[in-house]
Every structure is written in structure tokens, then in C-alpha cells.
Design a protein around this ligand. Sequence first.
Ligand code: SAM
Length: 306
Amino acid sequence: MTEPSELFGVYGAPPRDVAETAAGAIQYSPLTPGAARLEDVADGGLAGLTVLAPPGTVERRYVIAQGLRALAPGAMLAVAALKDKGGSRLRKELEAFGCTVGEDSRRHHRICLARRPQTVTGLDAAIADGAPRLDEGLGLWTQPGVFSWDRIDPGSALLVKHLIKLGGDGADLGAGLGFLSKAVLAVPKVKSLVLVDNDRRAVEAAGRNIDDPRARVLWADVRQTGIEPGSLDFVVMNPPFHDGGAEDKQLGQTFIRQAAGMLRRGGVLWLVANRHLPYESVLGELFRTTPSRADTGGFKVFEARK
Ligand SMILES: C[S@@+](CC[C@H](N)C(=O)[O-])C[C@H]1O[C@@H](n2cnc3c(N)ncnc32)[C@H](O)[C@@H]1O
């Protein structure tokens, strides 16, 4: 007879007063650098799991399906989501897997509780729908949930058209699937490139998309990369402006500050951003020259020199 599991898990950071997380629970979110992979948990290996569900439908069903696969029959699954970010659909989604659901509401979240049934329906299909895949149209490995996972971001496409005179050692901060990095590595004078992203799925996809000995892929928060200050000749980026679903202008400014810290004197930051984002003053504070190289289609491109 196998021993019942004592392993508890958590996916994301559900607010304490929304859903309880077991003490010592293992973190499985791909957005937490260093977290374990839910995909690697053996079938029935978890005694309980609390999930702050992601907003994208395919991604959310994938995470719930992976959770139900990993839970032992009878083990408790708690799933929470903001009402307007998938919460209102949670109950139906769990019922479609064959769960009997208790539902509650707190602080704009829906919280669904269900014991893992003996038999779960539709697991394989939901896992296949949300799994990593090669997108032939994009020519890239990708996965639902990753930023711009099924199309090239127009801002990044604009930046690629304007990148010039790159060379030496550089970084792509918030590299995603590696679209900008591919363009950078097409320049022979580039000696090395570190791709940094805090999304493990993006990092794994980028690792498959980029086959170049000059590239290194790093699963890390941009604030904790270990890149030596003043060591880089260039940084490219299309910084995020959402954190946990809400617009966060400071996150982009943090990316700019981190880039400035990594660059040597005379090093260059190539940046694309949505027009409405307030990056000019932080660029002006940290860089000697900050000319705008494009302003079109709702995006602006800067070449900022330290
Ligand atoms: C606007 S996307 C750009 C992606 C890619 N460079 C492109 O052009 O398609 C920003 C990226 O930053 C990543 N990101 C968000 N917060 C981060 C953080 N704190 N540290 C590192 N990467 C982060 C996201 O996962 C996302 O891939």
C-alpha cells in the first residue's frame, strides 16, 4: 500500500484572507523564479493545493487540470480568481472536470473548493490545450499564458526595425519567447547576450527558440539577475507594464533603472514602450542622451546612452 502524500502546494500568491495556503506549501507558479514545476508532480502526489488562477482561459484550465492530475483522490483543491479575471467562470470550469464545487466570494474574488473526484473528465484535453508547442506561423516555441504567446507584439516588431550598431555584451530584459533576442543575435558583432525573464514557461521556450552559443537564458526577476553592474555594452527591452494583471508603470521604470545599472559608461539602452507610459523622466535622470528613434502606431522607441 502506498503512504498518503503529505505534500501541499500553492500556485501564485492568493491573498491570505481570500484562500488559505497550508504551512510549508510548495510554490508551483512559473512566475516565481526557482519554484517547483506542477508538471513534475507524480499523479496523485499532492495532499492539497491552493491556486490563484491566471486570467487566460486556456492557461487557467491547464493549471486546474495539472492540479487535479497531481492531487490524490479526495484531496482538497481551492481555486480563487478575481471575479472579472476568470472568477465568475471557475465553478463551471471545475464542474466540467467532474468536481462537486462549493463556492464563496471575498474581496472581489470567487473562491471554489472541491475534493479531487476519483474520476476526472477532460484532463488530457485541457493539458494538451495549454501545453508548450511550436507555432509554425510564428516560427517559435510558445505556451498559452506567456506574454503575446500567439502573435508578435507590434512594439517589439517596431523596435527590431530600428535597432542599429549593436555589439559586445548585452542583455534582453523581459526576453519572453526570445523574439528581440533573435534579432540581436543576427548581428555578428554581438559577443554575448543574457535573456532574462521571470516566467519559467517563457524561459523554457526561449531556450528552445535560440540555439546560439553566445546566448544564456536566465529565469530571474529583473531586480535579481546577478549581472555585474557596469558590465554591459547594450540592453534591449520591451518592458512589462502589468504586474498581476493590473497596470504598473513603476515596473517599467524599474526595468530602466536595472538596465542603467548594468550598462557601462557609453553603453546603450534600446527601449520600446506604449506611447502613454511615462518613461522620459527616468531615462533623462539616468542617461546622458535619450533620443526618440520612432513614434508610430501607439509605440515609441528610445536609444538611451549612458
Ligand atoms: C512586454 S513583454 C516583452 C517580451 C519579449 N521581449 C517580446 O518582445 O515579445 C515583457 C516580459 O517581461 C517579463 N517580466 C515581467 N515582470 C518581470 C520581472 N519582474 N522580471 C523579469 N521579467 C519580467 C514578462 O514575463 C514578459 O515576458
